[in-house]
Design a protein around this ligand. Structure first.
Ligand SMILES: Cc1ncc(C[n+]2csc(CCOP(=O)(O)OP(=O)(O)O)c2C)c(N)n1
Ligand SMILES: [Mg+2]
Length: 561
């Protein structure tokens, strides 16, 4: 049969595989190491659109965000050595966020390998701990096999990143390579006994709480979770940066169990007698650095559900461990129904009331109040708007005061990677151009991938970037003033004029200094039609939604008695 197939270059075979696996978008920074792929992509523009970025960190974040948004592997091409090292932040993010992604790296040719050739790196060693699979394709005729494995692995079980190195001579060589089929999602399922046990445990609980989280969700899984929450009337909290798994306006939504968990919810988690952890790893951010639950056996009855078997029983000893894809688990939850009247209606209502109270705007030093800005956006933005952010204290206001309306209205990194929000927003807007996309960034955060503003302008991605400028790496300043009082060092920033910077890129730019000026500035940014930057100059004393820098300073400087 093979005789009838044409001989193709490695680059062509690889790009044909992208078509087979339904790849509509790929992000890259070009390199001479994979020119053969670029050349094949030239002929493939009708099925795979190539987005050229300005830094591999930006390109890799875009691919990760695409994977997170769509559930399909985000594709990124970078060059060897420096390109790969730049891209590594996106791989780490995809790993900790459980996002499907494939990073292709041009590699030195087999003729010079292992000589520390120009830009040579052994990617298996480099990415070993932060990818689900790292491999190098040494034979042109086996490209389809490697790609098929990569696509299956990226989405199956606990999703995550795959790294494939592509030696230059392998890409330019020709071979006859039969094509594989399109990949499929392969997930474990919860068994009927598991479900019966969940029903039994729920039936004997008085204060149950669902904590939804992790990276294996789909819109259908979220819809089923919602139906389950309604039928059992259980409160549902979401883990760090996974607040979009249940519409925050839903009467069962109880808030975020993350780094900025409210004191009220923290108390309720401790008070609960059954925790149904649907999808989170129960890692450091979800457990308040392993203090929220007793180690190794929580006092609460714990049901831990995860798509990767490796995470079950890892730190916490649960009463019931279920290895299941989230779509499969959420669908299965609908097969169980409460046998008697729910006794915890008051509990669910209390958690909801406490969450609603935490939404009330709070005072903030200075003329610009971020809690009011975010509250305004809540009613202004369309239902399906996407909010992105990177890392920094500025994100605390968004996470507390915004109400995410449902699946993938939030794109934010659980690994706390600064610089994520800008490229993630651009990827979201390119992938789903009809949706409104707003990126919240700190001044430090924005500058880590601000160069991708050029990418937004190049592709007409009309993202609204809100840069919260406090003239410092505020998060680190906060810790510094607390831990090393009166020794501020290495945390101050002298920033560019962000509005002027935006204009230099060809985007819209404006400065906002007062709360009431935000709404008209936002409307202007929207009507400008393309990418827009709004620089919000805030009082640097406003360090979190709950305290000020001066309060932290005062406390740290108090003589210890
Ligand atoms: C890539 C990366 N580098 C460094 C850090 C450590 N870090 C966490 S928050 C932060 C400061 C963020 O500053 P900014 O974006 O201005 O936000 P702010 O805290 O001032 O609101 C730093 C340096 C990180 N999380 N990620
Ligand atoms: Mg800052």
């Amino acid at each position: 049969m093979n005789q009838t197939l044409p001989s193709r270059t490695g680059g062509q075979i690889l790009v044909d595989c992208l078509k087979v696996h339904g790849v509509e978008l790929a992000f890259c920074v070009p390199g001479e190491s994979y020119l053969a792929v670029l050349d094949a992509l030239y002929d493939a523009q009708d099925h795979t659109r190539l987005i050229v970025c300005r830094q591999e960190g930006g390109a890799a974040f875009m691919a990760e965000a695409y994977g997170k948004l769509t559930g399909r592997p985000g594709i990124c091409f970078v060059t060897r050595g420096p390109g790969a090292t730049n891209a590594s932040i996106g791989v780490h993010t995809a790993y900790q966020d459980s996002s499907p992604m494939i990073l292709f790296i041009g590699q030195v040719g087999g003729d010079v390998v292992e000589r520390e050739a120009f830009q040579e790196v052994d990617y298996r060693r480099m990415f070993g701990q932060m990818a689900k699979w790292v491999a190098q394709i040494d034979r042109t005729d086996r490209i389809p096999e490697y790609l098929s494995h990569a696509f299956h692995l990226a989405v199956s079980g606990r999703p995550g990143p795959i790294v494939l190195a592509l030696p230059e001579d392998m890409l330019t060589s020709e071979a006859v390579a039969p094509q594989t089929r399109r990949y499929q999602r392969v997930k474990p399922h919860a068994g009927p006994q598991d479900l019966a046990e969940v029903a039994r445990l729920l039936g004997s609980a008085a204060k149950p709480l669902v904590i939804a989280g992790g990276g294996d969700w789909t819109a259908k899984a979220c819809a089923d979770l919602r139906a389950f929450a309604e039928s059992w009337n259980v409160p549902v909290a979401c883990s760090f940066r996974r607040q979009d798994l249940l519409d925050n306006r839903h009467r069962n939504y109880a808030g975020e169990v993350g780094i900025a968990i409210s004191p009220e919810l923290k108390k309720r988690v401790r008070e609960a007698d059954l925790i149904l952890a649907a999808g989170p790893r129960l890692g450091e951010m979800t457990t308040g650095t392993y203090t929220l639950f007793d180690l190794p056996r929580p006092r609460q009855t714990l049901v831990h559900v995860h798509s990767g078997a490796d995470e079950l029983g890892r730190v916490y000893q649960a009463d019931l461990l279920i290895n299941s894809g989230m779509e499969e688990f959420a669908a299965a939850l609908l097969s169980i129904a409460p046998s008697q009247n729910i006794a915890w209606g008051g509990w669910t209502q209390t958690l909801r009331q406490e969450y609603l109270l935490s939404l009330d705007p709070v005072p903030m030093p200075g003329a610009l109040n971020l809690s009011e800005v975010v509250s305004w956006l809540r009613s202004r933005l369309p239902e399906d708007a996407v909010i992105t952010n990177g890392a920094g204290n500025f994100s605390g206001w968004v996470q507390r005061f915004y109400q995410y309306t449902g699946f993938r209205t939030q794109l934010a990194p659980t690994n706390g990677a600064m610089g994520y929000g800008v490229p993630a927003a651009i990827a979201a807007k390119i992938a789903q151009p009809k949706r409104t996309v707003v990126c919240f960034a700190g001044d430090g955060d924005f500058m880590m991938n601000g160069q991708e503003l050029a990418t937004a302008v190049q592709y007409g991605a009309g993202v609204i970037f809100v840069v919260v400028n406090n003239g410092m790496y505020g998060t680190i300043r906060m810790h510094q003033e607390r831990e090393y009082p009166a020794r501020v060092y290495g945390t101050a920033l002298r920033n560019p004029d962000f509005a002027q910077l935006a204009k230099a890129y060809g985007a819209y730019g404006a400065v906002v200094e007062k709360t009431l000026d935000f709404a008209p500035a936002f409307e202007q940014a929207v009507s400008a039609g393309g990418p827009a930057v709004l620089e919000l100059r805030i009082d640097p004393d406003a360090i979190t939604t709950r305290t000020s820098l001066s309060a932290i300073r005062e406390k740290a400087l108090q003589p210890s008695s």
